[in-house]
Design a protein around this ligand. Structure first.
Ligand SMILES: Nc1ncnc2c1ncn2[C@@H]1O[C@H](COP(=O)(O)OP(=O)(O)OP(=O)(O)O)[C@@H](O)[C@H]1O
Ligand SMILES: [Mn+2]
Length: 475
């Protein structure tokens, strides 16, 4: 049953039968803090002032130091050299930091609808579905996810269907081992950027953005994007020959002999916007399918900071500087974790440049203290030279972010490895590598600095450090 909650400041949550549950475990308020307590570095502010690093790509050069951020770090260190032990942070690798901050909770809650007998339990997609738990969509256990990604790229495709819902073309792909994935085909080369006169809501989706977003989510330790891999497929044998009738009818040969198909959706789904292979090979992104809603119901929440989806109107958060105060009054966002999760989501979207986060989802049975699922990242990575600061509105309007995310960003700022390096290495695992152009990778570094500058502004405005950089709580 669907019910609609319209809240006092106009944000609306579409809710599908949420079962409220008592959450029976808690996470230490300061995992990292406890771990470093015994290792307090004393004395001066420990971050070395590095010389400006210029990359060999002149047009993308990133100045990796910013006086505002340096000021912020100094201020935080002086405030608490335990909470902000940047000397310790410098010693560990980014991946180690992410691991430490993501210590699994001792008592886990899994999806009850997937607890059927252990049949087929060796199958990677089923294991993935079973391992979805209250705090994350998956565990960063390399082998599990590696097996899943391997299967997505190697399993035989036995059935293809047009996926209804959503605005742009996509297919539902079924694999021989019973798993399924959402396929978004390649339309443009990696270098092609968003058409400048297109609004975010008419931007074409990019298969490489879906893949890169999964990797970014993974390396940042958010674990909310369904595992996604790239794959080149033969449109004749792997789509057309196993297609349902409705999809089969959408295939044709182009004048130069390439095999093309189009979809059944709102945008770009006519024969003039067909997807064409070369002559019948095509790349695409394959996102692991989540358990069906019958097995595990999801609540779809309207993002309070969604855009207006109109050329003429602004959203209320764009005109009301007190907007966050209204959101904080809403029952679900009174819970500190939900708001901080939302701000994490926007930090992620700012990094990828995605303005199209109209909804996010949660698993109903996990109640309100849970992670957000973010599929649909195809409109990210559209512009290399532009950083859309307004995506950070929840951060600069609420002046809050999670301590964990903040530490990760500081680590990426101080280096020595930058987000571009970490992403480049992660993306190299995908069979369609290179996934992102160097310009997109450098944009990530630039955006890390911009996020930290917003945090600095929040503190300079007079907000207390402890009110700005806060721990996520499980109730
Ligand atoms: N990994 C997934 N597992 C299960 N269902 C999914 C997955 N990814 C997407 N979907 C479903 O497919 C629908 C369309 O996917 P997606 O949102 O990526 O496409 P879209 O065309 O951008 O949609 P929209 O216009 O709603 O933003 C989603 O609303 C969701 O119901
Ligand atoms: Mn979309």
């Amino acid at each position: 049953m669907e019910s609609q909650n319209v809240t006092n400041n106009g944000t609306q949550s579409v809710q599908k039968s949420v079962r409220q549950t008592n959450l029976n475990h808690s996470r230490g308020a300061s995992v990292f803090e406890n771990q470093i307590k015994n290792n307090v570095s004393k004395g001066n502010f420990p971050i070395r002032v590095l010389p400006t690093v210029k990359t060999s790509y002149s047009s993308d050069s990133v100045n990796y130091r910013d006086p505002n951020v340096d000021y912020l770090l100094k201020k935080l260190f002086n405030f608490s050299n335990v909470m902000f032990d940047f000397g310790e942070l410098e010693k560990i690798k980014f991946e180690e930091l992410v691991d430490k901050l993501h210590k699994p909770v001792t008592r886990r809650r899994y999806l009850s609808g997937l607890r059927y007998p252990q049949i087929h339990s060796n199958k990677s997609w089923l294991q993935f579905q079973r391992n979805i738990h209250q705090t994350a969509l998956y565990d960063p256990m390399e082998t599990d996810i590696k097996n899943l990604l391997h299967d997505i790229t190697k399993q035989r495709i036995v059935r293809t269907k047009l996926k209804s819902g959503g605005t742009q073309i996509k297919l539902l792909i079924s694999f021989q081992n019973g798993g399924s994935a959402l396929f978004k085909p390649m339309r443009f080369a990696r270098e092609v950027e968003t058409i400048p006169d297109h609004y975010y809501f008419s931007d074409y989706e990019r298969h490489h953005a879906e893949i890169a977003a999964f990797h970014l989510d993974w390396v940042m330790g958010f674990y909310r994007v369904p595992p996604t891999a790239g794959r080149t497929i033969n449109m004749t044998s792997e789509i057309l020959n196993v297609a349902e009738k409705k999809l089969r009818r959408k295939f044709f040969k182009s004048p130069v002999g390439n095999l093309c198909f189009y979809g059944d959706c709102e945008y770009y789904c006519d024969a003039e916007h067909a997807i064409c292979g070369k002559p019948d090979l095509i790349e695409g992104s394959f996102a692991t399918f989540l358990p069906s809603l019958d097995e595990a119901d999801r609540v779809s929440w309207l993002n309070p900071w969604r855009r207006s989806y109109s050329k003429y109107k602004k959203a209320s958060w764009e005109t009301n500087s007190d907007y966050c105060e209204g959101v904080k009054q809403e029952a679900i966002y009174k819970n500190n974790r939900r708001l901080v999760e939302l701000i994490d989501m926007h930090i992620f979207d700012f990094l990828i440049g995605n303005m199209d986060r109209h909804h996010y989802q949660t698993y109903s049975e996990f109640g309100n203290n849970t992670f957000y699922v973010h599929y649909d990242n195809g409109r990210g990575f559209g512009k290399t030279k532009h950083d859309e600061l307004s995506i950070l509105a929840p951060l600069y309007q609420c002046c809050q972010l999670s301590y964990e995310t903040f530490l990760k960003l500081v680590k990426l700022y101080t280096g020595p490895r930058r987000l571009s390096d970490i992403m480049r290495r992660s993306l190299a695992k995908d069979s369609l590598n290179p996934i992102l152009t160097e310009s997109h990778l450098f944009a990530l570094d630039r955006r890390v600095i911009k996020i930290l500058k917003e945090v600095n502004k929040c503190i300079r405005k007079g907000n207390h450090i402890r009110d700005v950089i806060i721990h996520k709580h499980f109730e």
